[in-house]
Design a protein around this ligand. Structure first.
Ligand code: GLY
Length: 299
């Protein structure tokens, strides 16, 4: 095992998660950490590890990203994602992209193959096709539970306004690698019943995702609430000002709860391998790996 500080933190969404759902899906958090932490131990770049952790979430039908994404008002699927490399200070995102399982990999392609920071809509989808990504119909991304939830909310005549108070969710990962590099990645199917074309915090660097030379941050929860307090960047700046990752995570979920409606959560790792995990929602899928503690998934 490496003697250098390394750490990996993952999140699978914060919100009104029932005890039954949490109990059912909690093992997946441990599985994803056990599959990806060895990459860090063996010296893989933090950017590669956070992408892989998020890809595993995107393939898992229980989480709101890739397969299992939330349905928009019109029943369609659109996804947002961002990835950021703290060592180079470069990051990129995609918004309202359709027809792919791995929005996080498309964000990496924007980072590595274009001079741009954000690509959205049909042209981002076209870029995915040009990059040779597998294109899939919405039916491949929709799972029965999400379709039922969408139907129930439509039948109850709920509106996008109602969702801002109750829903939101993402998947994300932050990591410190053996070279001292930090990286963050976040991906989401967005908010159930949101208007087509709505883009949330997971597409916006500084809102849902941030990484620099001091820390890496991934946020989850209601995008409208997170964007208005620029949660990930405020969290990273709190670490620069001397807070521990836990203090910084606690601070930003408190700021979000005080300033905007809805709920949120944040995961953080700093350059020493200290981790922080916080949420103000009923629950949050989350867990971490450090060489000292191994894989930890809270009850
Ligand atoms: N945090 C994910 C979203 O609101 O889209």
């Amino acid at each position: 095992m490496s003697e250098k500080a390394i750490a990996l933190v993952v999140q699978g969404g914060a919100g009104p998660i029932s005890v039954d759902s949490y109990t059912k899906n909690r093992p997946a958090i441990g599985d994803i950490l056990r599959k990806t932490a060895p990459m860090l131990v063996e010296g893989a770049a933090a950017l590669r590890v956070v992408e892989e952790a998020v890809r595993l979430f995107e393939e898992h039908p229980s989480f709101n990203a890739g397969i299992g994404s939330s349905l928009r008002y019109d029943g369609s699927i659109q996804q947002d994602a961002t990835i950021m490399d703290g060592a180079s200070g470069r990051g990129a995102g995609v918004g309202a992209v359709k027809g792919i399982i791995h929005a996080i990999t498309l964000a990496r392609y924007v980072l590595e193959r274009t001079p741009h920071v954000l690509m959205v809509g049909e042209w981002a989808t076209e870029f995915a096709r040009d990059c040779g990504m597998e294109m899939v119909p919405d039916e491949r991304l929709i799972v029965p539970e999400r379709r039922e939830l969408w139907k129930r909310k439509l039948a109850a005549k709920e509106t996008p306004d109602d969702q801002v108070l109750s829903s939101g969710g993402t998947v994300g990962a932050v990591a410190l690698d053996t070279e001292g590099r930090l990286a963050a990645a976040t991906s989401t199917g967005g908010m159930v019943l949101s208007l087509p074309g709505r883009v949330g915090d997971s597409a916006i660097l500084g809102a849902g995702t941030w990484a620099d030379a001091h820390s890496a941050v991934s946020c989850t929860g209601v995008g409208e609430s997170i964007m208005l307090v620029l949660m990930a960047k405020v969290c990273a700046d709190a670490v620069i000002s001397g807070m521990s990752p836990q203090e910084a995570a606690d601070l930003v979920v408190r700021i979000q709860g005080e300033k905007t409606p809805g709920t949120s959560g944040a995961i953080v790792v700093d350059k020493k391998g200290a981790v922080g995990l916080a949420h103000n929602s009923a629950n949050m899928y989350r867990g971490y790996f450090t060489p000292e503690e191994g894989v930890v998934v809270p009850n």
